[in-house]
Design a protein around this ligand. Structure first.
Ligand code: ATP
Length: 459
């Protein structure tokens, strides 16, 4: 969605209107400026043009600025008004602010101030319109571009909601922050965002785990090398390569503090300097970032800047772990079977009906990476008819052993002990752990004190 940049200047003095238009063109070159010298035409002009801002004179024949302000506030609530007034009308201008004007400007004031006020008002209107658009899109139950989500299979309502949210916010120039453990589909969502935002521009992804501040800056901004013979060499940075596309920064929580300052500058000033150069270049891309960490906790630990955190959280998506997506498991297994069979040039085996239910209690710590790996392993072991499920069972048992912890494991020697040796070893261990208290040791072993006593004597 493009932000509105159209401004209508209204004044009955044609010469002043011309001067104002020239000045604003110079101060706010990104704006499109129209003017209207007849107060009776203002309503008509607002009906046909989508104006973000009206600069309104107070004293005009036919309709006063105050009257027009009331009409604009009621009929065109998405358009902001700045009152432009002479020194002798400041009281009226202040009254207009109370009635909903965004600001007022006295004709004799420094025009640079007017430039700042106009730019601020345009930003406010842009944000308001963006917010309204996002709200409307999110509340509608349908997707405009369902094909953007072709790579994300799901029938979980919470993920379908995320599709609608992503479609609504993808047009916004603000960054998108995704939370989710490894393998929950963050890269796929970043790609969908790219398809929605700028499908014909590049998509570039950078993993920030273990990155240094210097490398980050060089990678993003590029570098200019000045040789002693006067020649120049340039390494092009990602911000140049990505142009108006999408840059996906994975593991944002790992970004060192100095590099966080740089990223914040890219977001706020919308420009960057290649290393070794003092020429500023524009940042035109959309930033999508993701993390597995709780950035607020990182901030509390002094590892993440709060200003960057607030800037990044403009739009955010939380992706659920695979274990919370039970409706999807059977469908995802089939999807990965088809992928694996195509990749290995094998016939696609059939998924046993009881496989997905048997995985219901498993928590998939590696999420979709893990499920995909299991299916690929299973397909490679299959006979081409039924899917070999041993890969799944092995993974589940391995995981059980790991999560139960080494203290719960009995590690047997290569040559197994006899039962008598195990009995003796168990009794010795229980007696030693209970400081030779037979009653307590018997309790630990699950037998009576007299039975333990008998056995100890027997040995
Ligand atoms: N809903 C889905 N449908 C089909 N495939 C999916 C889906 N979500 C993710 N995948 C696939 O699962 C794998 C893991 O997903 P992805 O790489 O997007 O996760 P991630 O959260 O970005 O992981 P990491 O944090 O490790 O980078 C990828 O091969 C991806 O194509």
């Amino acid at each position: 969605m493009k932000l509105a940049r159209n401004i209508l200047l209204v004044d009955d003095e044609a010469a002043w209107l011309r001067t104002l238009a020239v000045t604003l063109n110079r101060l706010v070159p990104e704006a499109d400026i129209d003017s209207c010298v007849d107060s009776r035409q203002v309503k008509n002009r607002l009906q046909v043009g989508d104006y973000a801002l009206v600069l309104l004179d107070l004293t005009m024949p036919f309709h006063s600025g105050e009257e027009l302000l009331a009409m604009i506030r009621s009929d065109f609530p998405n358009t902001r008004v700045i009152i432009v007034t002479g020194v002798n009308e400041v009281d009226t201008a202040v009254r207009c602010i109370k009635k909903g004007a965004y600001d007022y400007f006295i004709k004799t004031d420094n025009v640079d101030d007017l430039g700042h006020t106009v730019r601020r008002a345009l930003e406010v209107v842009g944000l308001e319109r963006n917010y309204l658009y996002i709200k409307e899109k999110f509340l509608s139950r349908t997707l405009d571009t369902p094909q953007a989500f072709n790579n994300i299979l799901t029938c979980e309502p919470q993920l379908l909601d995320q599709f609608r949210y992503l479609e609504a916010v993808s047009c916004s120039p603000e960054p998108l922050l995704m939370y989710g453990a490894s393998g929950t589909g963050k890269s796929e969502f970043a790609k969908s965002c790219h398809t929605l935002y700028s499908p014909n521009e590049p998509f570039i992804s950078l993993n920030l785990a273990g990155i240094s501040s210097e490398f980050f800056e060089q990678k993003m901004c590029g570098q200019l090398y000045h040789h002693s013979n006067g020649e120049l060499d340039a390494v092009v940075g990602l911000l140049h390569q990505v142009g108006s596309g999408v840059i996906y920064l994975n593991e944002i929580g790992a970004l060192p503090l100095n590099a966080q300052v740089r990223l914040l500058e890219f977001l706020e000033t919308k420009q960057y300097y290649p290393l070794g150069s003092d020429t500023a270049y524009p940042v035109k891309c959309k930033f999508v970032v993701s993390t597995q960490d709780d950035l607020r906790k990182l901030h509390q630990a002094g590892e993440f800047r709060s200003d960057l955190l607030y800037r990044l959280r403009a739009h955010k998506i939380k992706l659920p772990p695979l274990a919370a997506r039970q409706l999807d498991i059977a469908m995802l297994i089939n999807h990965f079977i088809a992928l694996a069979a195509a990749e290995m040039n094998l016939p696609a085996p059939i998924q046993p009906a009881d496989l997905a239910p048997s995985l219901a209690g498993y928590d998939f710590p590696g999420n979709l990476h893990e499920l995909k790996g299991m299916v690929f392993d299973a397909v490679s072991r299959s006979d081409g008819i039924a899917l070999n499920t041993s890969a799944f069972m092995e993974a589940i048992n391995e995981h059980k052993l790991l999560t139960e912890g080494p203290q719960d494991l009995i590690i047997f020697p290569k040559v197994l002990p006899t039962l008598a040796q195990m009995n003796q070893a168990l009794m010795d261990e229980a007696m030693s752990r209970t400081a030779n208290n037979q009653t307590a040791a018997a309790q630990v072993l699950g037998i009576s004190q007299s039975a333990l006593s008998r056995r100890l004597k027997g040995h």
